[in-house]
Design a protein. Structure first.
Length: 270
């Protein structure tokens, strides 16, 4: 006896969106396109063709960079290690600052009269470039690594405070309510209901910022904040391309190792 063929079920059509529903998306992307067009001339996008017409200059520069001079390798490695130490201390102090500030910025933990001013303060600190903050500390303590540490601490602390607060705002309320049901104080609710939920994510954010600070600490050498950045800018200003190439290679190797180590630690936490 033949088995009747199965009747194919009708495939449901995707719900169509009206023009009114699509209007916010159209306005958003239309605004992005308009901004790109407005900025075309100010950012000199017309110079794009010079990448090809002046390619010989780029090739000559590249040839010089392909001949690294490692005669001062021990100095480069020592200064790179100092740069990593600056980034490490800057990130550590930033985490110490970001934990209470992040909790103070979280809507589900702090009252509005604390949360709003703290958010404004964090926005202000994030808006000031590292170089400006570093210059401020250079005036106070003089040139050296400590100014770089403090510059990274202020900026990174504000960034992590925002990320930490967003992590706190997305927690599950169940554990917090369970701690509250035992008659615990608000501090115990944070310690036993909030922190255990966000600790792995906070650690991941801190590791990401440490990777970023390893590169930012290099730039701070421009203002005399110590580390390999000072050697880098001296090589650039002195047109010492062979030394510059060696310094860049040392930085790439160091940042790659830090990135690999960070990935291993995050994989163990998440």
């Amino acid at each position: 006896m033949s088995v009747p063929a199965a009747v194919p079920s009708a495939v449901p059509k995707a719900p169509a969106r009206s023009l009114v529903q699509r209007a916010p998306d159209l306005l958003l992307w239309g605004g992005v396109i308009v901004l790109l067009l407005i900025g075309f001339k100010p950012v000199e996008m017309s110079h794009f063709t010079k990448l090809f017409t002046n390619s010989e200059n780029m090739r000559e520069y590249g040839r010089e960079l392909l001949k690294p001079d490692f005669s001062n390798l021990s100095l480069y490695v020592a200064q790179m290690w100092l740069t990593v130490q600056i980034a490490l201390w800057g990130t550590f102090l930033a985490v110490v600052i970001a934990i209470p500030f992040g909790l103070a910025c979280a809507r589900n933990v702090s009252p509005p009269w604390i949360q709003q001013p703290m958010r404004l303060l964090m926005n202000l600190l994030r808006s000031v470039p590292d170089l400006v903050v570093g210059t401020l500390f250079l005036v106070a303590v003089g040139p050296g690594p400590f100014a770089g540490v403090m510059a990274l601490t202020i900026n990174t602390g504000a960034v992590l405070a925002k990320l930490f607060s967003e992590a706190v705002e997305s927690i599950d309320k169940g554990p917090v309510e369970g701690v509250r049901a035992t008659g615990a104080s608000p501090l115990h609710e944070v310690v036993w209901g909030v922190i255990p939920q966000v600790a792995p994510l906070w650690t991941s954010y801190a590791l990401y910022r440490f990777e970023s600070n390893s590169r930012s600490a290099t730039v701070l050498g421009l203002i005399g904040a110590g580390g390999i950045g000072q050697l880098l800018f001296d090589a650039i200003n002195g047109f010492a391309y062979h030394s510059l190439s060696a310094i860049v290679i040392v930085i790439i190797v160091a940042v790659t190792l830090i990135d690999f180590l960070s990935q291993v630690i995050r994989s163990r936490l998440l």
